[in-house]
Design a protein around this ligand. Sequence first.
Ligand SMILES: Nc1ncnc2c1ncn2[C@@H]1O[C@H](COP(=O)(O)OP(=O)(O)O)[C@@H](O)[C@H]1O
Ligand SMILES: [Mg+2]
Length: 258
Amino acid sequence: MTKQQPLIQVKNLHLYFGSFHALKNVSVDFNAGELIGLVGDNGAGKTTLIRVLCGIHAPTKGQVFFDGKKVERFHPKLAIDQGIETIQQSVGLCDNLSIARNFYLGREPVKRVFGIPFLDLGKMRAKSSRIIRQFGLRENVSADDEVEMLSGGERQSIKIGRAVEFKNRVVIMDEPTNHLSVREREHVNELAVQLKEQGLLVIYITHDIFQVHKLADRIVIMENGEKVADANTDSMSAEALEDVIRQGGRMVEKREAV
Ligand SMILES: Nc1ncnc2c1ncn2[C@@H]1O[C@H](COP(=O)(O)OP(=O)(O)O)[C@@H](O)[C@H]1O
Ligand SMILES: [Mg+2]
């Protein structure tokens, strides 16, 4: 197997919030077609790390590369430029708009009638119906219904369907199943695997190693702003990785060279 160029490379990254050292010399590679569990307790620095990848925070020191090309400027449009969609539990949809409108939020298709632009509602409705059905919305829900009436899992389906439709390359799921029922949690987890199988890089953030170990190809553990483990799931059990966390995470498992 030839070694592929990582889609994202993080090298010796440091980030300070004032005098607080939030990310400490973090280096990690993320590959296309990989589902990575980014695991750690509250406050470990998981969200902060992905905010750097999305351009929300600029690192104090260190570099980030996309397709081997160094990021020179961190700005909030970096995520869109690089095809990154972030899925969080509660944000990203407008409750009082229809499913179709939410699907196209910020990317509304326009048709011109005698040169005058109109929202192409027909296209929005048809296309979003097809995609959301594919990602598991109930048969009796229509694209014209407001998002307000959807369950947590169904809301996640819309965001995930959107990520696929708009040709994103990276989907970051930050604690995507908090407050979901067991059945909905399984649904979201299945979607994460589907996205990876379509060749996307999926970074799945959670504090529950047992939940993500079943899905992930690789687990990266963070603790107090440091990466403390990075191991393929077929070479390290969830129990062994949990021990690493319990022991204060001193061990950094070297990944096998390919
Ligand atoms: N904008 C910020 N300003 C100051 N401190 C922050 C900011 N964002 C996060 N932190 C701190 O950085 C640490 C890591 O936070 P975070 O990345 O959200 O952790 P996690 O997502 O792993 O729970 C926490 O101690 C948090 O309080
Ligand atoms: Mg977080």
